[in-house]
Unconditional design. Structure first.
Length: 237
């Protein structure tokens, strides 16, 4: 299992380039129990970052459509979706180690064979490990909205990001995004509606609560705070 969640980059003079990421990585010492979870399960369900494309026929034991979830948090809803949709294979990406450990525990709890996870920066995984036109669906549930104006440059969803995932989806592939931040939802809708390759699945930008997605930890928190939940859907034309 790799210890780094980003790839260090340098300019032509060998000077380290500090990139802007959609997350801040923090490390804590692992307990023996958490270490055992990784030690006993990573080789079965984890995929190390590498600079080559994955062969999904080798990664999974069955040749099924691939659903990618970016930022699955503690993995509870991600695992439940995989459990309820055994006709798909699920690949999850997360940069927070506690979430990785928790997700491995859920995978064991539900005895899932259709789930694999990667502990790395999602943008770099998409660029380096995911072949073009290989994903049937991408789901991003409650990405960090970075609400403070000076932090909004960290938002994962940008026009460049939308172009990147466009290349990875198969024809008629879908993108689902959920957020409890109205301004972020409006920003995503604007980005996607300005890309002719995508069709908004919800007429006139109407937004609904998806029954496909279990209620997540962050959604419960948002509801307690009185926030509206926005479920967005787009399809590759």
């Amino acid at each position: 299992m790799n210890n780094n969640v980003i790839t260090s980059k340098y300019n032509s003079n060998g000077i380290f380039l500090r990139g802007i990421h959609s997350f801040i990585s923090r490390r804590r010492k692992l307990s023996n129990n958490k270490y055992d979870v990784i030690h006993n399960n990573w080789s079965k369900f984890g995929i190390n970052f590498k600079l080559s494309h994955l062969n999904f026929n080798q990664v999974f034991s069955s040749n099924l459509p691939i659903v990618l979830e970016i930022g699955f948090g503690i993995g509870d809803s991600f695992s439940k979706i995989a459990l309820n949709n055994l006709s798909n294979n699920f690949l999850g990406i997360e940069v927070y180690l506690p979430g990785i450990i928790s997700c491995l525990q859920y995978i064991n709890l539900y005895r899932l064979s259709n789930v694999r996870i990667i502990y790395y920066d999602a943008v770099e995984v998409l660029k380096n490990m995911i072949s073009d036109k290989s994903l049937s669906s991408i789901q991003i549930f409650f990405p960090d909205p970075w609400s403070k104006k000076r932090h909004q440059k960290r938002r994962i969803f940008t026009k460049d990001f939308a172009k990147l995932i466009l290349k990875k989806l198969i024809s008629n592939g879908t993108l689902y995004v959920s957020t409890d931040c109205r301004l972020y939802a409006e920003e995503i809708i604007t980005i996607m509606n300005n890309m002719k390759e995508y069709t908004n699945l919800f007429y006139n930008n109407s937004i609904f609560r998806s029954t496909y997605r279990p209620i997540t930890k962050f959604e419960k928190r948002g509801i307690r705070l009185g926030n509206t939940i926005f479920d967005l859907g787009f399809k590759l034309a």
